[in-house]
Structure formats: structure tokens, C-alpha cells
Write a protein that binds this ligand. Sequence first.
Ligand code: NAD
Ligand code: DAU
Length: 359
Amino acid sequence: MRTYLVTGGAGFIGSNYIQYIMLKYAEEIRVINFDKLTYAGNLKNLETISQSENYIFIKGDICDRGVVEQIFCDYDIDRVVHFAAESHVDRSIKDPEIFVRTNVLGTSVLLNAAKAAWENSDGTFKKDKKFLHVSTDEVYGSLEEEGFFYETTPYSPHSPYSASKASSDLLVKSYIDTFRFPANITNCSNNYGPYQFPEKLIPLTIHNALKGEKIPIYGDGLNIRDWLYVTDHVKAIDMVQETGRLYEAYNIGGHNERTNIQIVKTILQVLNELLADSDSRKKYISESLITYVEDRKGHDRRYAIAPDKMKVETGWYPETGFEEGIKKTVQWYLEHQEWVEDVTSGEYQKYYKEMYHIR
Ligand code: NAD
Ligand code: DAU
């Protein structure tokens, strides 16, 4: 039985990934979810599989060397899939240090623990051990109107978040180059879908619209992101480990560039379609909620991924069209209002008040 150590498995993408592999491989695998449960981690994301005998949750911090080493002692780990990170750009602008700690130091701790557990006495590595570092397209910086990010595009991060992710990528690359450490790096574009914390544009827009609250758009609203449905991302991660070439980096993206204002308007349209006329929240759904606010500092203008290498080498492509994906996403949030209420009570209110002054 193959054993996966998934870090950050209680977050947005990690929980979608665990659900995906537990369904796909069923009894063939055991999954250890190692997560600190920060504001972004929520065990409710994994309620459907929490009783499975093949699932183990360990609460802990990837920066805690003792605990991480102990996991590698207690279990014969075959795959590390490393999601755990501080992931929100705005928070990194307010408080960069935790991003360096978790994203850089935490990755270093994990690399060292995996290396120590997997290395043979002659410096080679045990067979079929793999470490996948989940990273972002933001490491490449910002594009003008034309062009795409390729795996060969030089790194040029702008925010403390993307700088910390770039640093962690380089650390992984250095282990590959120096030790021939069995790793891959994936650099993905913006994800959307179920279980995304409502600090990010898409769930924040849905949440505010349903409450009749203003929807903050940074700057002129014309910044472009390349949106990918989260299930397509987690499939890609699995395909890199199953059929990708070890030691390689792969770009993953949706071929789906939209301006932020287009995204927000689309969500409002979908809400209008999906809400019954009798639903009291329908009266709020209007473009008049859109409120232009001060721009994000250092706001990258455009991201666009060229996922050609993924397509050619693994056969992966983004299966979910945006119209389908955004409908599924809005529907999920409509059906999971309790989950939203739960994660937006308490600390979120304080964060929102400090971050936005538009209520
Ligand atoms: P998220 O913020 O939803 O989840 C992060 C998870 O990591 C949470 O469960 C949190 O509790 C956990 N965590 C944070 N610090 C930890 C620590 N010190 N020790 C252990 N666990 C810790 O993030 P996400 O959006 O799911 O992103 C997951 C990964 O994918 C990140 O590495 C991110 O950089 C990358 N990524 C995200 C996107 C996106 O659009 N969301 C796109 C590309 C890449
Ligand atoms: O590109 C991949 C990255 O995508 C990931 O590495 C990050 O972890 C993830 O958070 C995401 O980063 P972004 O900064 O692109 O996502 P966010 O949802 O925060 O913002 C998307 C766009 O919307 C961005 O141009 C900023 C804008 N925005 C965001 C918020 C939260 C607004 O206009 N208003 C808002 O209130």
C-alpha cells in the first residue's frame, strides 16, 4: 500500500486533492494529512472521508522539525505532496514574515526530513519515492498584454507571497540539482471551486453578493488572471506524479484568461440564474454592488500559463470550461452556506474590517 504525506490537506486545494486521490485509489493508498489548521485550514472540508481507515490526520506545523521527522520515522512515506503554505497575497503585504517562515523554512524542514528518510548510504534514493512541491505562476511576475509563462520563463516575483514561493521552489530545485532528490515542482494559475476561503476574489464576491454587501474591485478591475477549476488542478498533480518526468517542473493553467471585472459580473449573472425568484437574497444581486477600491500594492497585471508541457508529456488538459466551472462553484457555495458562515465568523470579520473600509 502506497503512503501519501499531504501537507496543508485541510486547505482549499489540499482537501480537493485528498478527496480526489482517495476516490481514485481507494484501498490502494493510505493518506496522512498534516496540517496546522491555520485560519485557512478546516477539517470540515474532509468530513466525507474522515472516517476512512486509510486516512490519518495529524495536526502540526511544517516548521516543527521534530514532529516532521517523527512522521517519517513512524510511516514509510512514498509520496509527499506539499500544499501547506500561507497563500493570500494581501495578507503577505500586511505581514510578510509568516510567509517566509511557513513557505520557505517549512519547505526546507520537509525537504530535509524526506531526504534523510529516503537517502541510501551511497547518496542515491530509495526506489519510487517522490516529493511534489505545489507552487504558483506568480513566481514568474507579471505579463504585458501578450505572451505566456513557460517553464523556462525567468522568475521575477513581486509580492512577499510570490517571493516566498519562488524561494521555496529554488530550494527544491537546489535539492534536485545537488542531491538528485526525487522531486517535481508544479506552477499553477488561479484556482477556483469548492472549499476556497472567502478572502479570495471568487468566493468573496459570492459571499458579499448574497449578503448585499459591496464587492471590492482593486484598481481599474482590468487585471487578468488565468482561472482553473480546482479538480483539474488536482488531477494534474496526480498525473505529474504518475506519468510526468521526475525532476521536472510543470506549468498548469486553464487557458482561461479573464479580467477581474468580467469574473465579478459573471458571478452576478450566475447568481441571478441560480437563485429562485422567491429567494430573499435575489433582490441584492446587482452590478451596483461593485465598488472600485484602492489598488493592491505591486498588483501584477496579467498572468497566463502555457500548459503545453503538461499536455505533451502527460496528456493533461483543463477539462472544465469556465461557464461550467463557475456554475458548479456558485451552486456549491449556495448549498454550503453553513460552511461559509462557519469560516467567516470570528477572525475573518476582523481581517475584513482591517483590509476593506467599504462596508
Ligand atoms: P489555503 O490557504 O487554502 O490552504 C493552506 C493550508 O495549509 C491550510 O490548510 C493551512 O492550515 C495549512 N498550513 C498553513 N501553514 C501551515 C504550517 N505552517 N504547517 C502546516 N500546515 C499549514 O491554500 P490553497 O489555496 O489551498 O493553496 C495550496 C497550495 O497551492 C499553496 O502552496 C499555494 O501556494 C499553491 N497554489 C495555490 C493556488 C490558488 O489559486 N489557490 C494556485 C497555485 C498554487
Ligand atoms: O496565480 C495563482 C495564485 O492565485 C495563487 O498562488 C495564490 O495562492 C492565490 O491566492 C491567487 O492569487 P491572486 O492574488 O491572483 O488571487 P486573489 O483571489 O486574491 O485575487 C485575484 C484578482 O482579484 C487579483 O487581481 C486581485 C483581485 N482582487 C482580489 C480581491 C481579494 C480584487 O479586485 N478584489 C478583492 O477583494
